[in-house]
Design a protein around this ligand. Structure first.
Ligand code: BT5
Length: 327
């Protein structure tokens, strides 16, 4: 029986020496297990797509990792990140939010991460579908237990949007912007969506599930025809593929950063980052609300996370739920 946790340890030791070799003796000393167990693991890892070279005179060297979001790779270097305490991986599942919720109900842990290469029933808000093609995107849910009071719960989605847009900018250099309430856009098309759901555990402790979808290496045909004109992937925008692993890790690091700031200092930083990244700030927009359509100029975000619209009569109106349409 292969102990998968050892994969992560082997990876982090070999990865530290990314440019060089690590001898069998050094691996044995660092991991405190026998060389036969280590070589058995390395064989299994090669079968999963890791390219690990071995030269008898020098030892092991990591040449490349597979384009998969395996837990050992996601956690490598993030061992202390509060949003990567446990990582669960599926080739395919219904919705990572549902899996995360089942795990959260029986646990009091924060930072349980569920990742799937494909979702059969990925969802957005209000029962909408989220298209989750296989092996090209990030379909991930994180159990969060933010230490904030009820009044600040409205900042969870903006904080997550800032974290995702910032991570995309850092890894790809692309100009990702935020469209209220939960979209990340590039070139006016949606590249990422965020879905926050709440629940209560068997221990009565409340939790939130932060579901994040990012279109990474999709070609146009990976999107169903009905959303091709509104969607984009990072690869389509940047004209090259990007590492989903780098993006996942950067998103988790930025989530930790912005949630820590939110908890320690309140929403001011989230508001200013959000306004810097907002696609609607100062632009003419329409907002679809249950009562119809509201028109005006985007005027930022209010103190309870609502979008502010300056109407043509000069009055400012706040909208708490709806969808923004940019003219
Ligand atoms: C969202 O909802 O944007 C939230 C999406 C959250 C998806 C993640 S993936 C991991 C986790 N597990 C889940 O089951 N969900 C979360 P909303 O704002 O309601 O937008 C939904 C709309 O976006 C749809 O009605 C489509 O028009 C459009 N859409 C669907 N799939 C898309 C995609 N892959 N890329 C761009 N737009 C898409």
């Amino acid at each position: 029986m292969i102990d998968k946790a050892l994969d992560g340890k082997i990876l982090s030791v070999i990865r530290k020496n990314f440019d060089g070799y690590i001898s069998s003796d050094e691996l044995v000393n660092a991991l405190d297990v026998s060389i036969s167990i280590i070589s058995e693991h390395i064989k299994a890892m090669r079968n999963e797509g890791y390219d690990i070279e071995f030269l008898p005179s020098l030892g092991y060297r990591l040449i490349s990792v597979p384009d998969k979001l395996y837990p050992a790779m996601v956690r490598c270097g993030l061992e202390k990140c509060r949003f990567a305490s446990e990582v669960y991986y599926y080739q395919s599942t219904d919705s990572t939010n549902d899996v995360a919720e089942r795990l959260a109900v029986n646990s009091d842990k924060e930072g349980i991460v569920v990742i799937a290469e494909k979702q059969e029933r990925g969802r957005g808000r209000l029962g909408r579908k989220w298209m989750s093609s296989e092996n090209v995107g990030i379909w991930m849910s994180i159990v969060i237990r933010p230490k904030i009071d009820y009044m600040n719960a409205c900042w969870i989605t903006p904080a997550a949007s800032v974290a995702v847009a910032t991570a995309i900018r850092e890894v790809t250099g692309l100009s990702a912007l935020i469209k209220w309430p939960n979209d990340v856009m590039i070139d006016g098309r949606k590249v990422s969506g965020i879905l926050v759901e709440t629940g209560k555990g068997n221990n009565q402790l409340p939790f939130m599930i932060l579901g994040i979808g990012v279109n990474v290496n999709h070609k146009l045909n990976d999107f169903p025809a009905e959303i091709q004109d509104r969607s984009i992937s990072l690869a389509l925008a940047g004209e090259r593929n990007f590492s989903r692993l780098d993006l996942v890790q950067e998103i988790l690091k930025n989530l930790e950063k912005y949630f820590n700031i939110l908890e320690e200092a309140g929403p001011d930083t989230i508001v200013s980052e959000w306004e810097k990244l907002s696609v609607t700030f100062g632009r003419r927009i329409k907002v679809q609300i249950p009562a119809g359509i509201l028109e005006g100029f985007g005027n930022g975000i209010g103190e309870n996370g609502e979008i502010l619209i300056r109407k043509d009569d000069g009055r400012i109106e706040g909208v708490f739920s709806g969808d923004v349409i940019i003219e």
